[in-house]
Design a protein around this ligand. Structure first.
Ligand code: ADP
Length: 204
């Protein structure tokens, strides 16, 4: 499907990078980026949509008036509070966000058509079927306890808040089992060597 939905005849291999929150996706992505590989961060791109008033009005018509602050900006906390407690609302929100993310990714691929491969980074690659749209999936893996420890430091969030976020994602072990390539991101593990190994395989 990835081959047919892209406009250019020849395009780079499409590679998704996934893994549970806090496993080290951003850290690993920086390594691929420093090898010259174009990297698309789905969350960042989707986050920017909320600055677009027409998008925000679409969200408002789905989730209600509380999602827009009096100054016209998005109230992301209100949005999160609604969708974390209402699976139907989350599904509806995703139905407007995900096709747009994928369309933007296709533009990104076209703009980087000379690259050997491009990376689509998303924690929810499997949860929302993006794995069917790419050629290969890389999963960064780290067990939950260590992810919690790192996230407590990174986000200054409580264990309970972090566990609630994790509950919306597939178990990290399942992602690891389904992926084409796995990067084990334990402290002291040679992460760069794992990245280089996968990079060379993808260049073949
Ligand atoms: P994700 O993008 O998957 O949520 P991050 O790349 O932000 O995860 O990593 C989570 C935290 O763990 C960050 O603070 C990062 O600096 C740290 N981290 C990443 N890899 C390692 C590692 N191998 N050893 C120790 N800390 C790490």
């Amino acid at each position: 499907m990835s081959q047919t939905t892209l406009s250019s005849q020849q395009h780079p291999l499409l590679v998704a990078l996934t893994g549970g929150i806090g496993c080290g996706k951003t850290t690993v992505l920086q390594e691929f980026s420093s090898l010259g590989i174009p990297c698309f961060v789905a969350d960042e791109v989707a986050g920017a949509y909320y600055a677009d008033p027409s998008f925000l009005h679409q969200v408002q018509s789905l989730l209600g008036p509380s999602v827009i602050r009096p100054d016209g900006s998005a109230d992301k906390q209100a949005i999160a509070a609604i969708v974390f407690h209402d699976a139907g609302a989350l599904k509806q929100l995703n139905a407007i966000v995900h096709p747009r993310v994928w369309a933007d990714f296709k533009h990104f691929v076209d703009a980087n058509s000379q690259a050997p491969y491009v990376i689509f980074e998303s924690a929810i690659t499997y949860e929302y079927g993006f794995d069917h749209l790419v050629d290969k999936v890389i999963c960064v893996y780290l067990e939950q306890e260590e992810r919690l420890r790192r996230l407590e430091l990174r986000d200054h969030a409580t264990r309970q808040q972090l566990l609630a976020r994790m509950q919306n994602q597939l178990p990290a072990e399942e992602k690891m089992m389904r992926a084409d390539y796995v990067i084990l991101n334990y402290e002291g593990n040679p992460r760069t060597r794992q990245v280089l190994y996968i990079h060379r395989r993808l260049l073949r």
